[in-house]
Write a protein that binds this ligand. Structure first.
Ligand SMILES: Cc1cc2nc3c(=O)[nH]c(=O)nc-3n(C[C@H](O)[C@H](O)[C@H](O)COP(=O)(O)OP(=O)(O)OC[C@H]3O[C@@H](n4cnc5c(N)ncnc54)[C@H](O)[C@@H]3O)c2cc1C
Ligand code: FES
Length: 278
């Protein structure tokens, strides 16, 4: 039986600095063993652990879509591990284990409208979701796709080239918002929940996928409820502290649920039954 803690060797192919503060970078990885890439299958919303020899490891949401050749992670520099990761350049080796956790329930979204709400650098796994939904062979499976994505300033928005292309695309309705406008980026000024209220996507036959900082999530719930989204049609991704990622260490639990194994994606309905510490 394969050791679930064993990282697979991967190589850093490309690093993209995502923001003005230069503390958000996207790392594009390839597998050293091509057979490992073929057997690495995941769904949007899942996460993996990156590891650096002599430093440690940490969990990150997978930002690439399943069909993309390279596996992407977008990482904010916050402490020891992420600072070491930010020092790496193309060609350097690292380890990756996963994929872990559940995914966004895209099967439930078939034939329905999809509303994506995100803030800051939590957009990563929703970028994976969006790229997956927008594949020409998948796009017809879903109704209208509405995205409200916000950041403090335009310079903090991730994946700017893709955002520009999506803004011009007839395949989705993208509204970008910032707390403070700056430069020539044509984003709406306003907080994500307020802008969502103005955009007012129809809740009829729709599901909502939400990922963002806790404060954004807290103020987004009531807006979705007001728009008519039932709690079982709203899905959130959580980022509790984790150690093992596979339901063994008890580091990530909320009540009797392990965020690493039962999540990280939960319906709001399911979360309402848990102790209020997420
Ligand atoms: C399922 C999952 C998905 C994640 N996806 C991403 C992602 O896509 N991109 C990304 O940048 N980060 C993501 N994170 C958070 C990431 O794992 C942490 O930022 C990382 O572990 C920090 O490691 P470090 O050694 O650099 O920081 P440390 O030195 O361990 O800590 C630095 C500071 O960050 C705080 N911190 C550490 N981990 C967390 C956490 N999970 N939540 C809140 N505060 C924390 C610490 O309290 C401390 O103040 C994810 C976490 C989980 C559990
Ligand atoms: S991280 Fe160990 S049980 Fe979830």
């Amino acid at each position: 039986m394969l050791n679930p803690y064993l990282p697979l060797p991967v190589r850093l192919e490309k690093v993209t600095v995502e923001n003005d503060a230069r503390d958000l970078k996207t790392f594009e990885l390839s597998f050293v063993d091509p057979a490992a890439r073929r057997s690495f299958s995941f769904e949007p919303g899942q996460f993996g652990f990156l590891s650096l020899s002599g430093i440690g490891e940490a969990p990150f949401g997978i930002a690439s879509a399943p069909h993309e050749e390279r596996v992407w992670f977008t990482v904010k520099k916050t402490g020891t591990f992420t600072a070491a990761l930010h020092e790496l350049s193309a060609g350097q080796p690292l380890g990756m284990r996963g994929p872990y956790g559940n995914s966004y329930p895209l099967e439930k979204a078939r034939g329905r409208d999809v509303v994506i709400v995100s803030g800051g650098f939590s957009f990563t796994t929703l970028r994976s979701t969006l790229v997956h939904l927008l594949r020409p062979e998948r796009r017809g499976d879903f109704g209208r796709i509405t995205v409200v994505y916000g950041a403090r300033t335009p310079g903090e928005l991730l994946y700017k080239d893709e955002l520009r292309a999506w803004e011009a695309s007839p395949d989705l309705d993208l509204t970008l918002c910032v707390d403070h406008r700056a430069g020539d980026w044509p984003a709406t000024e306003g907080l994500v929940p307020n802008v969502l209220k103005r955009v007012a996507p129809s809740a009829k036959n729709a599901i909502a996928l939400v990922c963002g900082p806790p404060v954004m999530i807290r103020f987004t719930h009531p807006v979705l409820a007001e728009l008519g989204f039932a709690p079982e049609r709203v899905f959130l991704s959580l980022e509790n502290r984790m150690k093992c990622g596979i339901g063994k260490c008890g580091r990530c639990n909320i009540g009797d649920k392990y965020v690493c194994k039962d999540g990280p994606v939960f319906s709001y309905d399911a979360l309402r039954l848990l102790p209020p510490d997420f």
